[in-house]
Design a protein around this ligand. Structure first.
Ligand SMILES: [Zn+2]
Length: 246
């Protein structure tokens, strides 16, 4: 479950379809599959997935949060990791946390500010964003900002009021909450019979071994603890004295 082996099957099918596209390419296409990753908790897991994709000659887009409480996008280590992901051949975008904002104008301004922060700190420019847990209200507004692409704008995502009765033009497959939602899995049938497809995966869900929801969080928790211990270790001399006791 959510192992790299399983992920490899998905990317092999996408490659076989010949339809893989970036958001920019998809703007001009009637037939595409976009692979997008929203990075929620672990830049490290995103990096590992990016390496795995590159080993398989597959390139996608990774969206990072600027205002995340689990990782600091602006730490030297994380910035270097994101640069490496970009150098591998992947694209990088902003995963925008609404943080309670509801007004479209406010949301647009906040997105532009966060893009500016990323552009100040990275050696390349970011021009694509995805919204973290977008509300129905935000999705229905089809937010467009000049010079930027929104993963949820109407060319890449079809907003429907009722998923049970309306057929969206763009098929949207998501592994949110560590499960493929609406019973939709990126199998051959789904990937080949639909013209426009956007797939969202969350790198924290995917590991070499593959875990169920509980064990996935357990392993993630241990990785984050280790990261914190390493930070204490590099920052505090008085931590070294008690390190073995923790
Ligand atoms: Zn998110």
């Amino acid at each position: 479950m959510f192992s790299y082996k399983q992920y490899q099957k998905i990317i092999n099918l996408i490659k076989e379809s010949g339809k893989q596209a970036t958001f920019h390419e998809a703007l001009k296409l009637d037939n595409y599959i976009i692979m997008r990753h929203d990075v929620e908790f672990s830049v490290e897991r995103a990096y590992k997935l990016a390496c795995f994709e590159a080993e398989n000659n597959f390139y996608s887009i990774y969206f990072f949060q600027v205002s995340n409480n689990s990782y600091n996008l602006l730490s030297k280590k994380n910035l270097e990791t994101i640069e490496k992901i970009k150098k591998m051949g992947h694209e990088v975008g902003l995963h925008f946390h609404l943080n309670g904002l509801e007004q479209v104008d406010e949301i647009k301004r906040a997105i532009e500010k966060e893009i500016e922060i990323m552009n100040c700190k990275l050696s390349f420019c970011v021009d694509t964003f995805s919204i973290h847990r977008p509300t129905a209200n935000v999705l229905s507004k089809n937010i467009k900002i000049p010079g930027l692409l929104n993963a949820y704008q109407n060319e890449f995502f079809s907003y429907v009021d009722d998923i049970e009765t309306q057929v969206p033009e763009v098929k949207y497959l998501s592994d949110a909450r560590h499960q493929w939602n609406y019973g939709l899995f990126p199998d051959k049938d789904t990937l080949f019979k639909n013209k426009k497809i956007q797939i969202l995966t969350h790198p924290y869900s995917w590991t070499e071994t593959g875990y169920d929801n509980l064990n996935n969080f357990r392993t993630l928790y241990h990785e984050k603890c280790q990261e914190l211990l390493e930070t204490f270790d590099s920052e505090c001399k008085h931590f070294k004295e008690i390190k073995d006791e923790i």
